[in-house]
Design a protein around this ligand. Structure first.
Ligand code: UT7
Length: 322
């Protein structure tokens, strides 16, 4: 059995930046409330006409450049997203076409904010079994299009962006282990109510935006991220003090701080981008990872713990020797 390693990372953020102060002008909120409750200062918002695949492709090109690979070498594409260009075909197939390659499996995975971890889990297993050698794994989201800009309880929380990694077969880990879970009982606590529905009459525009019971999600996220970290370390017989960097899903700085505290990890060893990016769902971990690799904080050989929690509920983690 082979292992897989991250050989390249990349990301993309839309040009337009919306600060908390900008939001103060359009809704009953304040920079102070947003910073204190979430840690968010600004977010990037996609331009009209900009699509999930545009952002994903830009992130993919950066990752491919770092890994020094050509598109023809990619034999698996997985995109984590809840905001695909189209209901079908998958954004992964659109990326495949835009990369000028064909034949390899390409599909999207919908696991909300845990989408990247789910995608990484699947790609890692494909490489472990020898079914793939070079995988392009992307998280890309345009959550601004699922945001009700009249609902201050959710509108201040989300942003747009994409992150990508290249995973390649290797004799050594690499990805040490991945863990994914879900529990569908919590559907109504965090959801976009409208989908395909059961009839044409059922398609109501007001149901087309994110709805969340923030408090309940917050409590569950803190408890679940604590237990997934525990599960990951125990599974590998690793002490929490061996983790060099926590790269968590970026939903709320208070959730991230609670996760770090449980690991006895100082915030100096936690990659935080929620202040700059807000919550970008499945894009948040690869965006944070790429930021900390490119600014030199994360170095080769270090042990990284990724962890995510999102609608479903879904949650997951990855222990990675970078
Ligand atoms: O990525 C997937 C997972 N998602 C998450 O993990 C998000 C989890 N939840 C959270 O991060 C937090 O629950 C929120 C940031 C969403 C909310 O923070 P909170 O500390 O739980 O605040 P709250 O919902 O209890 O609201 C406190 C007050 C309320 O006013 P009253 O009832 O105390 O008078 C809200 O109406 O803050 C009010 N409020 C706001 N005020 C100013 C809610 N949103 C805003 C706002 N600006 N944007």
């Amino acid at each position: 059995m082979s292992y897989s390693r991250i050989t390249g990372t990349g990301s993309y953020l839309p040009e337009r930046v919306v600060t908390n102060k900008d939001l103060e002008k359009t809704m009953d909120t304040s920079d102070e409330w947003i910073r204190e409750r979430t840690g968010i200062r600004r977010r990037h918002i996609a331009a009209d006409g900009e699509r999930c695949s545009d952002m994903a492709l830009a992130a993919a090109h950066q990752a491919m450049e770092m890994a020094e690979i050509e598109p023809e070498e990619i034999d698996l594409i997985i995109v984590g997203t809840v905001t695909p260009d189209k209901i079908f075909p998958s954004t992964a197939c659109i990326i495949q076409r835009r990369l000028g390659i064909r034949g390899c499996p390409a599909f999207d995975i919908q696991a909300a904010c845990s989408g990247f971890i789910y995608a990484l889990d699947l790609a890692n297993r494909q490489i472990q079994t020898g079914a793939a050698k070079t995988a392009l794994v992307i998280g890309s989201e345009i959550l601004s299009r699922l945001t009700n800009w009249d609902d201050r309880a959710t509108a201040v929380l989300f942003g747009d962006g994409a992150g990508a990694v290249i995973l390649q077969a290797s004799d050594e880990p690499g990805i040490v282990s991945t863990h994914i879970h879900s529990d569908g009982r919590y559907e109504d606590l965090l959801h976009v109510p409208e989908g395909i529905g059961t009839s044409l009459e059922g398609l109501l525009v007001e149901g087309a935006f994110i709805r969340m019971d923030g408090n309940a999600v917050f409590r569950r996220a803190v408890a679940t991220l604590g237990s997934i970290a525990q599960e990951t370390l125990a599974n590998n017989g690793i002490d929490k003090h061996d983790v060099d960097w926590l790269v968590p899903h970026q939903a709320n700085l208070r959730i991230i701080s609670a996760a770090a505290k449980k690991l006895d990890l100082s915030m100096d060893h936690v990659v935080v981008t929620v202040d700059e990016h807000a919550n970008t769902s499945s894009a948040s971990i690869p965006l944070a990872l790429n930021t900390a690799i490119r600014d030199g904080r994360i170095e080769r050989g270090q042990l990284l713990l990724f962890e995510a929690f999102g609608a479903g509920f879904t949650w997951g983690s990855a222990l990675v020797r970078y």
